[in-house]
Write a protein that binds this ligand. Structure first.
Ligand code: NDP
Ligand code: 8X3
Length: 251
């Protein structure tokens, strides 16, 4: 039987690339995000390979999250793989100049949104005593950089939640793991800098950043290990990046 994966943040970047590699390998998909036009376009593209179901919701909206998962047809409620990917950085201000709306967005999306989705789906996994949850953390889950204050705090929280979820769920045969990327060239920096593409492009200048497909490849590797193997925590960096703050650039 084909596996079913639920991917949050499938409208761009890492989530979209993961949907693509999963579809090519016949994994049934539930693709989620706020931008419905992109979800429709992706469904059209991937439906030649596999079944694709759209759920259009904001992970911050607790009611919507639970209602959307509840609305799934019975045959799609047996989710085998949850990719907790939706998330972004908003701003890069020092704490004394921080924008509290940005802080709330990051806390609500990266932490609370991830929790709502997990709470909506994991009981079905517990019931079936099988399933896999992959939390997309970041090098910012392990290290902190100037201006990264709240974003790094939310990703440190994802790191803690990943460990806590594994403790709670491994007894039910559920695999829980985290993939922590360094710099990946996606819409991430455009969102962080509120649409300023010059600032965003500068982040990835002078070195070869990771591509969304590199992370998707790794995620596919993690989900295709034999069931007794859980890749519990993995950091993936561009070759030019040695740490959260050291990137070798040739400009
Ligand atoms: P993108 O900006 O390309 O993708 C972010 C995705 O998250 C989009 O599909 C977006 O969909 C979704 N999303 C954002 N906010 C919400 C929301 N409120 N409700 C539902 N979905 C939401 O960035 P990436 O692909 O790079 O980011 C994916 C994950 O990877 C994030 O968790 C990020 O923190 C992490 N990461 C990224 C790195 C990088 O350098 N790019 C490095 C390390 C980790 P939509 O807007 O349609 O809702
Ligand atoms: C995204 C990578 O270094 O911009 O999590 O925080 S970084």
């Amino acid at each position: 039987m084909n596996k079913t994966a639920f991917i949050t943040g499938a409208t761009s970047g890492i989530g979209k690339a993961t949907a693509e590699i999963f579809a090519q390998n016949k994994i049934q998909l539930i693709i989620c995000g706020r931008r419905l036009d992109r979800l429709i376009e992706l469904k059209k593209k991937l439906s030649v390979h596999t079944e694709v179901h759209i759920l259009n919701f904001d992970v911050r909206n607790k009611k919507e999250v639970f209602a959307c998962v509840e609305s799934l047809p019975q045959e799609l409620k047996n989710i085998d793989i949850l990719i907790n990917n939706a998330g972004n950085a908003h701003g890069l201000d020092p704490v004394h100049k921080g924008n509290t709306d940005d802080w709330e967005a990051m806390i609500d999306i990266n932490i609370k949104g991830l929790l709502y989705v997990t709470k909506a789906i994991s009981p079905y996994m517990v019931q079936r005593k099988t399933g896999q949850i992959i939390n997309i953390g970041s090098i910012s889950a392990k290290e902190v950089y100037e201006g990264g204050n709240v974003y790094c705090a939310t990703k440190h929280a994802v790191d803690a939640l990943n460990k806590g979820m594994r403790m709670d769920l491994s007894k039910y045969g559920i695999r829980v793991s985290a993939v922590h990327p360094g710099l990946v060239d996606t819409e991430f920096s455009t969102v962080r800098f509120k649409g300023d593409t010059n600032k965003a492009d500068n982040v990835y200048k002078g070195f070869k950043a990771l591509q969304a497909e590199d992370i998707a490849d790794l995620i596919y590797f993690v989900v295709t290990r034999p069931y007794h193997v859980n890749i519990s925590d993995i950091l993936i960096l561009p070759t030019a990046q040695a740490s959260g703050t050291q990137i070798h650039k040739e400009l």
